[in-house]
Design a protein around this ligand. Structure first.
Ligand code: SAM
Length: 337
């Protein structure tokens, strides 16, 4: 078994893949409604190319793969890719992050292929607010997708980006919803990326959106949750970037992903593959290695593995999302949140 170790001694075993930048939602902190230029299908890596990258990454020590986007389920024939990934023996852990809009119809197929868990993003439990945040009317579809996943026995993690004055008045509702449905709830801090960062395509929204006007640090969310019951950390339950806490009187733990206020970079085990074929060693830096060009010039598997190793060598010690002059000019939809 090979291991991929970066310059800071971190074991890199997780590859997150954005299969498309297209999304059926236009969340106001993520991407503009109209002027988002989708890359044409020839600009995206084909499934065959993605599988070559995964195989090369696995030959180096990657064992965990997650598909994301954009909206992964919006990419045509995604099930072919999922089935192929699930057949790669080195991939011991596979999952998917989705907004849930198209999930309901996918659940039986995913379940039949052995998928055990899924992450769903949903920032409000109000259908009206859903329209405001996502600029679409798919709230009921998302809820149906969550219900279908639970009914099929999938473990559901629900990711909520908390924003001041938008949905921070719903944190108690989310806790109660997650308890009632037996869902693992995770509160995510808003990051200065996409519209919440420098904006996109000439829309510099950063001052409007990120500069502490909408950002809520997770320690503040926990302070507010004390109203429901004493909140205590569960150190033994660490998994990925989330820190888990228990609220007295509630059976389910709550996760907090605090990229801004409680950096977890020391523990980062990730590489990202963007929809257009670049390997990014860190979400919060602009460094990328173009694999697509190499793939399309006929690079062999060793060369692809070499480029992945190069990206790992350039993995920074920590992200620079707090440093204005170093912010990457991209959205999570491009690099896969
Ligand atoms: N469409 C899928 C979904 O909704 O889960 C996958 C892609 S989406 C970009 C992944 C996650 O990134 C979502 O939970 C979304 O809320 C989150 N996200 C997007 N922009 C963000 C930002 N600026 N800060 C924090 N989270 C962000």
């Amino acid at each position: 078994m090979r291991y991929l170790i970066d310059n800071f001694g971190r074991k890199i075993d997780y590859l997150r893949i954005s299969v498309t930048e297209a999304c059926n939602l236009s969340c106001l902190y993520c991407k503009p409604e109209d002027n988002f230029i989708h890359k044409g299908s020839s600009e995206l890596l084909s499934f065959e190319e993605i599988l070559r990258v995964i195989n090369a990454a696995c030959s180096l020590g990657i064992t965990k793969v997650r598909l994301t986007g954009g909206e992964p389920l919006a990419r045509e024939n995604l099930f072919f890719l999922i089935s192929s990934i699930l057949e790669i023996p080195q991939v011991r852990d596979f999952s998917l992050t989705t907004n849930g809009v198209l999930l309901k119809d996918y659940v039986p197929k995913l379940k039949s292929k052995g998928l055990k868990r899924i992450n769903v993003s949903l920032d409000t439990l109000s259908s009206d607010k859903f329209k405001y945040i996502t600029r679409t009317d798919y709230f009921n579809d998302v809820i149906s997708g969550i219900e279908a996943s639970l009914a099929a026995g999938l473990l559901v993690k629900l990711n909520v980006v908390v924003m001041k004055g938008i949905n921070d008045n719903e944190i108690f509702n989310f806790v109660r919803f997650a308890q009632a449905k037996k869902i693992i709830l995770r509160f995510i801090e808003l990051m200065p990326l996409g519209r919440a960062g420098f904006g996109m395509a000439g829309e510099p929204d950063r001052n409007l959106f990120f500069d502490n006007l909408k950002y809520v640090p997770n320690f503040e969310v926990r302070k507010r949750l004390e109203y429901l019951g004493k909140v205590t950390p569960c150190y033994g339950f660490a998994s990925g970037p989330a820190a888990y806490y228990r609220i007295a009187g509630f059976s389910h733990l709550i996760g907090f992903i605090s990229a801004m206020s409680e950096k977890f970079c020391y523990n980062c085990n990730r590489l990202r593959l963007s929809g257009d074929g670049a390997i990014l060693p860190c979400l919060g830096s602009s460094f990328r290695v173009d694999l697509k060009a190499a793939l399309r010039k006929g690079a062999g598997d060793k060369e692809i593995a070499g480029l992945i190793t190069k990206a790992v060598r350039f993995k920074p010690m920590e992200h620079s999302l707090r440093e204005e002059d170093k912010l990457p000019y991209c959205a999570m939809s491009e690099v896969g949140g």
